[in-house]
Design a protein around this ligand. Sequence first.
Ligand SMILES: [Zn+2]
Length: 305
Amino acid sequence: MVFHSRLAPTPSGYLHLGNAFSFLLTWLLVRRSRGKLLLRIDDLDAERKRPEYVADIFESLSWLGITYDEGPLNPDDFEQHWSQRLRVNKYNETLHALHKTGKVFACSCTRSQLANLSPGSRYPDICLPKNLPFDQPDTAERFHIPESPDVTFTDSALGKISVPLGRRTGSFVIRRRDGIPAYHVASLTDDRDFGINFIVRGSDLIPSTAAQIVLADALGWTDFRNNVFIHHPLLTDSDGNKLSKSEGALALKTMRNEGAKPKDIYRKFAISVGLPETGAETMEELLESFGDFDPAEKFKMPNLK
Ligand SMILES: [Zn+2]
């Protein structure tokens, strides 16, 4: 299969080692299939978006030697032609189509009301029976998710995945209180419009994939479920904690400034996914050592309960 995939960073922090690993894996799988790669910068709801974070995406990809076939060439090109903020009409069309499914309801819960709900449990559909109007200020829109059944889909590395979306998340926001379409709507719409057939994500995004599958199913967008999905293990620090953007020491920019070379990142990547040790200095050499690496043999199902 020829993969058409995307790199989808969010410009709300400097790219870190975890982003690099996800991008390297995507690039290798796409190039091995002689496929096509899109750079899509997810800035629609990036509240902490800053010009230096956008610039860092281009600098980091270039430093790592990660090439792509479609998408912005530099920050100016991005702002003028590729920003998700230019595609809001498309996302609103998706919202309109979702309304027609009859599963969308208005929610006027405030941030502090929501903060008082018990963490890790479903949004208890407080506003569902109220039938609130959609056109009021400070009103979000949620897509109704029943408590059961679980959402199931197939991951090409992990096999069949069953996500307790109804018990853990519940009805989720598809349009925010400020009117901006939510991440799931933008991501799903873009994946469809750009003809994506292969989605590589960290395993922390398994619930996001499940939410998007529910939306795609409701819209009759059957192609989405037929995508090849790979959810990879998250990179952890030496204490086993998930890496995050807040840990500045692991920002690629910091590593570059401290003299790290791309080959150092390639070597760490190879070890983390279970490839043999590599001295690759370029992406082409890394692709050679990637060989016929099969993620299904190395990646383990995370605990979703
Ligand atoms: Zn509500």
